[in-house]
Design a protein. Structure first.
Length: 145
């Protein structure tokens, strides 16, 4: 059952990357954090967001996390990484409570070093998968490294 859910999440992630104003890739980070561990999940979101900033060419200290808790355009578990100087897009994520634990789905510009990013996220101890937005089909979208 878990593999079916994981496959479905990867398919849904790929679908959201299709076509947009900018070319995007996705990163699905599966965690063991349950609903009572929101501080840990938030820290994981910040840590992975900083890695995304680094691998998309930004200095992580020059970015910030915008959480739209006071913005009707955002869901409660939706966040963006933006640059400090002009609030440019770096990444966006949604924290999804699925089957008792959180998965964090990030979207970022496809020009990022996705292979390096995936290696760094895994080295930080996270179970992660990169979903390429330029793949023709969701089954071809998973970056294998």
């Amino acid at each position: 059952m878990a593999e079916i859910l994981d496959s479905e999440l990867r398919r849904r992630t790929w679908k959201l990357l299709q076509p947009g104003e900018i070319e995007l890739d996705g990163l699905v980070v599966q965690t063991e954090f349950d609903g009572s561990q929101e501080p840990e999940m938030h820290q994981a979101t910040v840590e992975v967001g900083e890695l995304i900033a680094e691998y998309t060419g930004y200095e992580p200290r020059d970015t910030f996390v915008y959480s739209g808790t006071d913005d009707s355009e955002f869901a409660s578990n939706q966040h963006q990484g933006l640059t400090l100087d002009d609030e440019s897009f770096v990444w966006e994520c949604q924290q999804l409570l699925r089957d008792g634990s959180f998965d964090i789905v990030f979207y970022f510009e496809a020009e990022a070093d996705s292979t390096g990013l995936l290696d760094a996220v895994r080295a930080a101890g996270y179970d992660a998968t990169v979903i390429r937005g330029d793949a023709e089909e969701p089954d071809d979208a998973v970056l294998d490294v």
